[in-house]
Design a protein around this ligand. Structure first.
Ligand code: NA7
Length: 525
């Protein structure tokens, strides 16, 4: 007999709901969480300006109608403190903490075929057994630690956006930021008014579209009155959320009207800007039209044309995660802000006094690393996941191999929420994780009801799913960018497009069909 029916790794938004639903179905569950509280991404990422890039009315649980009604979001895009408060509220409301072990990291999982359970070893030196393990470990939870020479020699303060401590005083200091993805952009914009000087080290210029953030109070009564219907629609969209503009093909809009169509979406802002053109990731000409439009917008915002030129992205828009900004480009109009394009002036090393790039030493009091994550596979790779002499890390050496992003052949009874080859990071992740939690819980309930205790995908079906994912990605422009979707930000990582590009609605139809067909492609015993 295992210690637990199910062991869940991680108490972020996925792990919390997984605990709640399994408990409701009568399973004995324990959750192991590395942090000291719930919230996952929103527990760790406390850097100045940290904010969600999906609208709060969409980026919220839909599983409980009372929760939906009682929680009141203040802003269109919720900031990190509000998201963490929400996570804590959910933990209190559903009494989740009593089954969560905090401050403890899972280090190894070992499958025992005879006993039919996983033995889970944790950083506190203990082991637990569980019939099933659900990895709710997050897609962007393991920071990338680029090997920049001399980082340890820096004599000033050094912080990572992904593990920002409380009480950092930036006032009047000479600050350097490395990285211009979503985290870098938000940090740069938030700290620019307070710091003495700001030097931004940019490797790749990003596309940022306006958030048009603001209070959401006016909208909430209508949304709350219609939440169930709204959620049902979101679950069938490609991205797991809705936009207030119709989706269309840019190539079908007459040339004389494309500017107006782009202006309209710019005025809406956020990820809807590209999401509402269904050909932007497929048709190079449509993509270039949208990319060029944003470049023009950047030129118009930045006063110094030479600086503006460095800020212009060249890769196809939306093939890397679009950034959502509030005054980012305008920061470069401040006298105390310097942009260093490290493709022209490469970082040679960090010194005791700052960063030397392109032969010049930038003296700094404080360096902020906003250099991203080992996305999608990082958290699973960080654990020893073993079945006899096989490890998941070795199996995935040339890229992740999953069936539906839910399981991997050779590793029975181990589920991943929002694993590679599921829509996850290309979607409103709350929509995607809720779907996986329900799917997994239904599967476990079905196994229990039928007196079964083992589930594993068949290799042939897994191979077909991997192939389908690659084929779908190759129909798009996505593989053209050196993105973390491709694993391109981690030296030595296999370059393969990791998320499922077919969209949330299509994925749901496939995975619903698999379950309805008695878990087609899985071996149950
Ligand atoms: P991202 O989007 O991966 O951004 C990381 C940034 O750091 C990006 O500009 C990188 O440049 C840069 N980077 C990474 N390594 C280096 C080195 N070695 N030297 C210089 N610059 C480097 O991570 P974020 O945390 O900003 O955002 C992650 C997701 O969170 C985001 O997509 C949203 O979904 C929310 P690169 O582009 O690789 O050239």
């Amino acid at each position: 007999m295992a210690d637990h029916d199910v062991l869940v790794i991680g108490a972020g938004f996925a792990g919390m709901y997984q605990l709640h639903l399994l408990r409701q179905r009568g399973f004995d569950v324990v959750v192991i969480e590395a942090g000291d509280d719930v919230g996952g991404t929103w527990f760790w990422n406390r850097y100045p300006g940290a904010r969600c890039d999906i609208e709060s009315i969409e980026y919220s649980y839909s599983f409980d109608v009372d929760l939906e009604q009682e929680w009141t979001w203040t802003e269109r895009y919720a900031a990190q403190p509000e998201l963490l408060r929400y996570a804590r509220h959910v933990a209190d409301r559903f009494d989740l903490r009593r089954d969560i072990v905090f401050g403890t990291r899972v280090e190894a999982l070992d499958w025992d075929e005879v006993a039919r359970h996983w033995t889970v070893s944790t950083s506190d030196g203990t082991t637990r057994t569980a019939s099933y393990v659900v990895a709710a470990t997050g897609c962007l939870s393991v920071p990338s630690r680029p090997g920049i020479v001399g980082l340890d020699d820096f004599g000033g303060e050094l912080y990572w956006t992904s593990s920002w401590p409380d009480g950092v005083d930036l006032a009047g200091k000479r600050v350097g930021v490395i990285g211009t993805g979503s985290s870098g952009l938000q940090t740069i914009t938030a700290i620019a008014p307070a710091v003495g000087s700001l030097t931004v080290f940019q490797r790749t210029a990003c596309y940022a579209v306006p958030a048009h953030n603001g209070p959401v109070a006016d909208l909430l009564p209508t949304v709350k009155a219609d939440y169930p219907a709204r959620r049902a629609v979101s679950r069938m969209t490609p991205s797991g959320y809705q936009c207030p503009v119709e989706t269309t093909s840019l190539s079908e809009i007459p040339a004389s009207e494309t500017s107006a169509a782009l202006d309209k979406r710019w005025d809406v802002g956020g990820l809807c800007f590209t999401d509402t053109f269904d050909d932007v990731l497929i048709d190079p000409a449509a993509n270039e039209r949208v990319s060029a439009y944003v470049r023009e917008r950047i030129r118009a915002k930045v006063e110094d044309p030479a600086v503006a030129e460095k800020l212009l992205p060249t890769f196809p828009i939306a093939t890397k995660r679009l950034c959502v900004d509030t005054g980012y480009y305008e920061v470069y109009n401040q006298d105390n802000v310097t942009l260093v394009d490290i493709t022209e002036e490469p970082i040679e090393r960090v010194t005791a006094r700052g960063i030397r790039a392109g032969g010049a030493e930038h003296e700094l009091d404080l360096i902020i690393m906003a250099t991203g994550f080992d996305a999608m596979t990082g958290a699973l790779d960080a654990m020893e996941v073993r079945n006899a002499d096989r490890t998941l890390r070795a199996k995935w050496e040339h890229g992740p191999r999953t069936y539906l992003g839910l399981m991997s052949a050779g590793f029975p009874n181990l589920f991943t929420i929002c694993g590679p080859q599921s829509p996850s990071v290309l979607s409103n992740v709350i929509t995607s994780l809720e779907y996986h939690v329900v799917w997994i819980t239904d599967a476990l309930t079905s196994l229990r009801d039928r007196g079964l205790s083992r589930i594993e995908p068949l290799t042939e079906n897994e191979d077909n799913w991997v192939q389908a994912n690659n084929d779908l990605a190759d129909l798009t422009l996505m593989p053209q960018a050196a993105s973390w979707y491709m694993g391109a930000n981690i030296p030595g990582k296999q370059r393969v497009f990791m998320p499922f590009v077919g969209g949330v609605g299509m994925y749901k139809q496939i995975a619903d069909g698999v379950a309805a067909a008695g878990y087609y492609g899985f071996e149950l015993s």
